[in-house]
Write a protein that binds this ligand. Structure first.
Ligand SMILES: Cc1ncc(COP(=O)(O)O)c(C=O)c1O
Length: 294
């Protein structure tokens, strides 16, 4: 149920009148419903409670400190894609052991900072990135916790610009290369291959791409062996008009079928689906401003 509803003709966030908030604080104003954030987060967390699952909120969806801290208070970790987002997660008090550093083309100084802060895993998207991470870790005298982002070549059936799991997309390595990179990690004294990661796209409204991708990921995980966890990405869609969204319970059923048999803990990286609906941005329009002056 939405925390944003009309009462006596004016839009409210829980019990607060948005027009009053806009007058008081000025606009554009970002108004969040803690209750709806909690309900949304707990809806997913409860659906996957049979698994050893950690939800790492994808900060790129909304990096406001209060939002990140709220999800941290609900039990979430963080999925970050830059040193800036990593600093936000740490400032919000997120446990570094629940922080995943994803994103393409991380810079050396970002890797150094991530390793200094002993975060859970660094998602590597290419061989050059793996080699850079190995060198940074060797110079620091530490072992880098690696998750290899793989590309399952599955069509997420979402908008082309937010489809990331097809072979022609730039994200992640193809399976044969992942196997070679896994072998490389096993021989390296500065790399620990802890996980496989994937994220096939955003705003998915259909479970079948998840099922197909997770089935492939599970088979690859078994082939590579010795992993500590699987990172399943984000991608759950939200309702903009009259779309039917994926129920977290149905999503969990796919995880049970496809991922549970591997017997590894899982990470989920939802962004949009956690924060889109609990947030509103009231704006005072020019006509309203004029009508107050006339
Ligand atoms: C690697 C990765 N994980 C998670 C997410 C979050 O996806 P969503 O907001 O669709 O849940 C994204 C979004 O781009 C991503 O690239």
């Amino acid at each position: 149920m939405s925390a944003f509803a009309y009462k006596n003709g004016s839009l409210h966030a829980e019990n607060l009148n948005l027009a009053d908030l806009a007058e008081k604080h000025g606009t554009p104003l970002y108004v969040y419903s803690w209750q709806q954030m909690a309900d949304t987060y707990n809806g997913l967390a409860n659906a996957v409670s049979d698994f050893d699952a950690t939800i790492v909120y994808a900060i790129k969806a909304n990096s406001a400190l209060g939002v990140v801290k709220s999800f941290k208070d609900l039990g979430a970790g963080a999925d970050v894609v830059s040193i800036g987002e990593l600093k936000i997660a740490l400032a919000a008090g997120v446990d570094p052991r629940k922080i995943v550093f994803a994103g393409v083309a991380k810079q050396q100084h970002e890797l150094v900072f991530a390793l200094q802060n002993n975060i859970l895993q660094i998602n590597v998207e290419s061989l050059p990135e793996l080699l850079m991470l190995e060198q940074v870790a060797a110079e620091m005298g530490v072992v880098a916790p690696v998750a290899l982002r793989v590309n399952p070549n599955v069509d997420a059936k979402t908008h082309a610009k937010i489809t990331t799991g097809k072979a022609e997309n730039k994200f992640g390595v193809e399976f044969p290369q992942a196997i070679e990179m896994a072998e490389y990690c096993k021989k390296s004294t500065s790399l620990s291959l802890d996980a496989l990661a994937m994220h096939i796209g955003s705003q998915l409204m259909d479970l079948s791409p998840f099922r197909a991708a997770y089935r492939k990921l599970a088979a690859l995980a078994k082939e590579i062996g010795g992993l500590k966890r699987l990172d399943l990405g984000g991608g759950l869609g939200i309702k903009y008009k009259d779309e039917v969204v994926i129920d977290p319970v149905d999503y969990a059923a796919v995880l049970k079928d496809e991922v549970a048999p591997v017997g590894l803990p899982i990470l989920l990286e939802p962004g949009r689906s956690l924060i889109a609906h609990p947030c509103m941005t009231p704006t005072i329009t020019l006509s309203r401003w004029l009508s107050r002056r006339l």
